[in-house]
Design a protein around this ligand. Structure first.
Ligand SMILES: Nc1nc2c(ncn2[C@@H]2O[C@H](COP(=O)(O)OP(=O)(O)O)[C@@H](O)[C@H]2O)c(=O)[nH]1
Ligand SMILES: [Mg+2]
Length: 458
């Protein structure tokens, strides 16, 4: 265990008015600091771990004026979140009260904690691995039920188990390959290398299975970027408002009403969405609208899903045909709106694998069919049990480890005298990379990146 010689403190609860605020103090001086600030029947220095005490907190100077009535929660190392001695001060909510308490704690000798520093200590003290520490931030950030469930699974160690298993399998195959170096080539039993290749292929498969969870992870963590595009006046802003259930974007019968992109958050079937309404795409001279159209195109290119809207009552024109060609059928849902005015779009002219649905949004019709299509495109299995999914950081590392493992496999299969040496070298590289996923190996720079995503007080 790492012994920290300084004591850190921060307000752990969100700022603003609330019933209770919690100020967290972690480190060797936690109890001594509480001792100087707390008046009550119980002396903090005499408190057992996992106990609490009621009393008053006062500033050390300032004429000993009472700051608040508080409850102290005591945790003795190593039985705490950070595995240091920890005191949590529960005070009345509200930013001012909590800030006054924090100031008193800092004046009594604690240092202001960096973002995520409590969790960083928990990691350094071996209470959590890096994947579990990241799950803490994911859980705090979760914007939907499903995202929260995935984070809880990761916090419980599901993703760590998957990575550890890959790591352990890879290390035993590497060791067994290295063991073959002790044999002269003709002494080696014939089945040895093919058997090792087969085990390595299983590792490759397990890595690929993990990589396949990235897309879902990305949708749950970052939210799916869903962009509503189409020509002016087809009903894009009407759809934005209908999905949000409120009048967010201005709707008029004048083409060119929406000039900038408008982004709002929404949850569909447990998946958080970033929904973007765009300026209608058409040829214009107005510089403002031109810029809006440029932004619309940029959003469409980075979208996870494009909802491309057409006016069902008008036949497709060349502009529509050009836009439809640009869109990726796998990531596009065409909405034929204004079907109350007629159906003049020849659906046979739509790109063959592009999903489409009809709506008459002015009458409130067709929204359900669209959200169903959206849920289907988000590829989220409705009944899949909650499971941990990898993030962008993990994806890049698994990708690189996979490349090395595949080349190790290639070496083995190609055979030749150097195959075992070259193959085990490539596997060592893969192991090194995988170690930085769970935090078996880490640098300060890696921890700085991971924990900079955290809020102060966690
Ligand atoms: N008849 C009919 N009009 C619609 C429908 N949906 C939207 N509109 C109207 O079409 C006009 C343009 O809508 P708007 O949402 O501003 O289109 P945008 O330019 O694509 O954002 C408005 O007058 C809407 O009320 C529909 O389903 N049927
Ligand atoms: Mg609009």
């Amino acid at each position: 265990m790492l012994i920290h010689d300084d004591t850190i403190a921060a307000i752990a609860t969100a700022p603003g008015e609330a019933g209770v605020s919690i100020t967290r103090v972690s480190g060797p001086e936690a109890f001594a600091i509480a001792e100087t600030l707390f008046d009550g029947k119980t002396r903090p220095s005499a408190m057992a771990g996992n106990s609490f005490a009621y009393g008053r907190l006062h500033a050390a100077d300032d004429g000993n004026a009472t700051l608040d009535e508080v409850i102290l929660l005591a945790y003795r190392a190593p039985h705490s979140y950070t595995r240091d001695d920890v005191i949590e001060i529960q005070s009345h909510g509200g930013s001012v009260s909590a800030r006054r308490i924090l100031r008193a704690v800092l004046e009594a000798g604690a240092r202001m904690a960096e973002p995520g520093e409590f969790t960083r200590r928990a990691f350094l003290n071996g209470r959590l691995d890096l994947l579990q520490a990241e799950a803490v931030a994911d859980l705090i950030r979760a914007r939907s039920d499903r995202a929260a469930s995935a984070a809880v699974e990761q916090l419980a160690g599901k993703l760590s188990d998957a990575f550890n298993q890959i790591y352990d399998n890879l290390i035993t195959v590497a060791a067994d390959i290295e063991a073959t170096l002790d044999f002269a080539e003709e002494e080696l039993p014939e089945e040895t290398l093919p058997a090792l290749s087969a085990r390595l292929r299983d590792v490759v498969q397990a890595m690929q299975d993990l990589l396949a969870t990235w897309e879902e992870g990305h949708l749950l963590r970052d939210g799916a970027l869903v962009v509503i595009s189409g020509q002016p006046n087809v009903g894009k802003s009407t759809l934005m408002n209908a999905l949000l259930g409120k009048s967010r974007a201005i709707v008029t019968d004048m083409a060119g009403t929406t000039r900038d992109t408008i982004e709002e958050h929404l949850v569909v079937d447990g998946v958080p969405l970033r929904l973007v309404d765009t300026a209608g795409i058409r040829d214009v001279d107005c510089v403002i609208e031109k810029e809006g159209i440029r932004r619309a195109r940029a959003s469409m290119d980075s979208a996870d899903i494009n909802i491309h809207m057409l006016d069902a009552s008008q036949a497709l024109d060349t502009q529509d045909a050009a836009m439809l060609q640009r869109l990726d059928p796998q990531r596009t849902i065409v909405v034929l709106n204004k079907s109350d005015l007629g159906n003049r779009v020849d659906t046979a002219a739509l790109p063959p694998d592009m999903a489409y649905c009809r709506s008459a949004l002015r009458r409130g019709e067709g929204l359900q069919a669209l959200t169903d299509a959206l849920a289907e495109h988000l590829h989220v299995q409705h009944n899949a049990p909650p499971h941990a999914v990898i993030s962008e950081r993990h994806r890049d590392l698994v990708h690189s480890a996979l490349g090395d493992t595949e080349s190790a496999l290639q070496q083995l299969e190609d055979g030749g005298g150097d195959a075992p040496i070259l193959s085990s070298q490539a596997m060592r590289e893969a192991l090194e990379t995988l170690g930085t996923v769970t935090g078996r190996a880490y640098s300060d720079a890696l921890l700085d990146t991971v924990f900079s995503r955290f809020c102060i007080g966690k």
